[in-house]
Structures are given as C-alpha cells and as structure tokens.
Design a protein around this ligand. Sequence first.
Ligand SMILES: *Cc1c(COP(=O)(O)O)cnc(C)c1O
Length: 390
Amino acid sequence: MQTSTFQSLLKPHLAGLEEYTPIQPFEVLSKRLGVPAGEIIKLDANENPYGPHPAVAEALAEYAYYHIYPDPQQTELRQALAIHLQKEQSQPGAAHPSVPVEQILPSHGTDEILDYLCRLFLGPGDAIINTPPTFGMYSFDAKLVGAEVLEVWRTDDYHINVEATYNLVTAATQDEESSRPKLLFLTSPNNPTGNWLPDNDLRRLLDLPLIVVLDEAYVEFAFETSRAPWVLEHDNLVIIRTFSKSAGIAGLRLGYGIFPEWMMPVIWKFKQPYNVNVAATIAGLASLRHIDEMQSTVEKIRAERERLLPALQDVPFLTPYPSSANFILCRVDGFNVEGSGDAAALKLALELRGILVRYYQKPGLDNCIRISVGRPEQTDRLLDELHRLA
Ligand SMILES: *Cc1c(COP(=O)(O)O)cnc(C)c1O
C-alpha cells in the first residue's frame, strides 16, 4: 500500500484501530462454491429468510417522488412508529404508557445511532463498558472516537455480571488515572448468545451513573416485550431497534432510537438532515401498515427456533444454547477429532455443502458457531447435513 507524508495528519488513535471484517458478499461466495445464489442456505447473518412484506416492494415501485429530498424530520415515519410502540405495549401483560413521538428518531440502520451516541458522549479519556461476548459494533464505534473499552465478561451462561459491572464503574470513577466510563452497552436478546436480560438486572444497571444503551435488535423474536416505555422513567436509558431483522429489510438500512426527553434537542442538532433515505422510509411505513402479517412471519421464525433447538441437541457434536432471538449459538465439541478448531472445521464442511453459518474463535466463544433460524426446508437440509457429518 502507498504511504504519504500527509498520513501524519490523521488522528493518532486511528493507527491502532482494527478493521471491521466484513462477511463475504453472497454473489462472491456463490461463484467460489459453484452453487447458484438461490440454492445457498444463508444462516450466517440473522437475516429474515422470508424477506419483507410484499407491500414493501409495491410501495417502492409506486412511489413517484424519488427526485425530492426526504423529510428531515421524518414526521410520518415517527408517527407510525409511535403508534406501533403503543400497540405493542397494549399486548396482554404489557400495560405501560406509550412513548411520545417526540422521543423517537429513525436512523440509517441502528449502526448510525451507535455512532451518534459515541460521538456525542465520548472522546479520548472517556470509556464505554462493554459486556463480551456481544455485538462487535459497540467497541468498534467507541474506539473510532478514541475512547477506551472497559470489559465486564459475562458469566459462564452468558448473563451480565452485575456485581462486576458495579465494581468496575466504582473503581474507574475513583481512580483519577482511569478513563471515565460514560456509556454502558447492553443487548437483549444478546447477539450471539441469544439470552434475555432480566428486568432486575436492567433495573440495577440503570442505577449506575452512566448512560445505558439497550440494543433491542432481536426483541420481536422474544416472548418478552420491549422495554421501550422504560425510557419514560429513566433519563439515562436509550433503546435502539431495527427493521433489519424482524421486518426483513436489512438491505435498506432502517433503525430507530428511543431517547430520554432531555437528549432530543442535541440529537436533532447532531443528526444529518437526510440520514434516512426515501426508500427506507417507504419500506418502513409499508412494513408498519402490515405489522400484523409481519408478526405472523416472526411467529413462524419463533416456532422454527423451538423446533431447531431440540434437533440441534440431538447432533452429537453440538451443544446449543437456548435463545430468545432468531439464531442459536452452539458449542462444537468432538467434530474434528484431530484436535482444536472444531468450529472452524464444521463451518467449512457446511460451507462446502452450501450452508453458511457464523463461526467464532475468540474468548468466551471458543469453538462456537451461530446458526440463524431459517425456513423449515432450510432447517431440514441443515439437519440432514449435520447428521451426515456426525
Ligand atoms: C443486526 C444487529 C443490529 C442491527 O443493525 P442495523 O444497523 O439496524 O442493521 C443491531 N444490533 C445487533 C446486536 C444486531 O445483531
């Protein structure tokens, strides 16, 4: 790679930054494996195998104003989201007040909100609390702005270690040398472990003197309901949600944040005026208009998860973890009897059979694969191949 003397003008903290490892594009993989794209069973990125509601494509095709800039205030989408949240909370067992439209902000995927929060609160000398193993974007975005990542490892069954979090925050706050923890990132259900963060743990963590960011990317797949209304009672809570998983429009990039009231003015000042494009807006509105049908797709995926879990338990070299999301984490043991690298060997063996899963080889996820829940016929193929490999 060419170097330049101007490189020294870059912010120094960027030099040590690890690059984000992108997954291989679908088309590239299809070529490499010699399997037509339509036959590849893609269970590696937690995408919705049913895709969006047909009304999404119709609405996109009919729209006649693509030459006009989007509404910077996203008024229609924000109203639809407020109504959606209200409806969601009127389900039995979830009678909470609803979130006002003023505290909802759509975004270009939830990635954008993570980036906003890091840039709003963090700089060199500041820190986030991360709870690995979890989603990689929190530490990535924090490092991008020069903040430190303080880690509180999850327990063996992947629960948050609340005691250790308290101890770390207390120690860091008292130590003048330490960077200052300002944001705590939580994920419920967690990716890639699939477990739900219990109310009591969340309540205790909200008593900490920092902003708690609760990522609910997979909440629609859980039997529990969203904590969106908690934002009304906790002015240090931000909830982020997405259309990428349950609504099946990951490719269009649409997410939203639910913020405490005091944070809204600065978020509005900060955000790019046209952060959400017209296509994502139309797709989001169409999805919300058909939310009941989308909910039945989510229920299909949930039912498939409940079928997949015991079936994976029957595979001799897999130990699956129960999940509240649209994926199942499995420990691999005794697949490649030669020794280490069981999960890598299994990922490769499945890939050669046209089935993609996510594989991990890092602390807390040693020899693990994560399988997204697909359509029933995809599950059947997967299980067939797994048993053939056993
Ligand atoms: C998939 C995922 C998201 C969604 O990100 P988008 O930018 O909205 O596509 C957010 N958080 C977690 C933990 C995820 O796995």
